[in-house]
Write a protein that binds this ligand. Structure first.
Ligand code: ZN
Ligand code: ZN
Length: 174
């Protein structure tokens, strides 16, 4: 399933008329390594469609769910996302006007690109599962949120941490 087109044929050529429409569906392939739109949870939205001289003005909000990976502790988590949209769909968009979405001359409105753009802009670059996530210890790799790191390591440059462990093992054997 993808995002369903909206039948707006009744609005075409009748500036001043408006009505509500529901948008729903799923989108694949939106996201980055650490943040993606969940494909098994549909995007939903209630949109106001307003017929204007240039085409149809779409206003409302979209709800979806992001699947995220915490940038500090690598924990997977989910987060609901709501984004406001206010976009013009036109049957005659100017070739270089990127702010206007194309509208089928008959009045079928395909909201997929708008949904993709709006939610894509909300994807976090550096998601945190909690604003005060303690992250992983750079020395022992323990999750500090779970108390896995004893926290009393000698102050070691993380780049040498691996070497330090090897040295410690050697020392233990002697
Ligand atoms: Zn975290
Ligand atoms: Zn540690």
């Amino acid at each position: 399933m993808t995002i369903e087109p909206i039948d707006a044929r009744d609005l075409i050529g009748h500036p001043g008329i408006s009505r509500l429409a529901h948008v729903g569906g799923t989108l694949e392939g939106l996201g980055t390594e650490v943040a993606t739109l969940k494909v098994d949870e549909p995007v939903q939205g209630d949109l106001l469609l307003e017929s204007v001289v240039e085409g149809i003005l779409v206003t409302g909000h979209l709800d979806g769910t992001f699947a995220l990976r915490c940038a500090r502790c690598l924990k997977d988590f989910e987060q609901p996302v709501r984004v406001e949209v206010h976009e013009l769909f036109s049957t005659e968009p100017e070739p270089d006007d990127e702010d206007v979405y194309p509208l089928d001359v008959e009045g079928w409105l395909d909201p997929e690109q708008m949904v993709r753009d709006a939610l894509g802009l909300e994807l976090p670059f550096s998601p945190l599962h909690s604003p005060d996530c303690q992250g992983l210890c750079s020395v022992c790799g323990g999750d500090r949120n779970l108390g896995e790191c004893p926290g009393d390591h000698p102050d070691v440059d993380p780049r040498w941490a691996g070497l330090e462990l090897v040295l410690q093992e050697l020392e233990d054997r002697i």
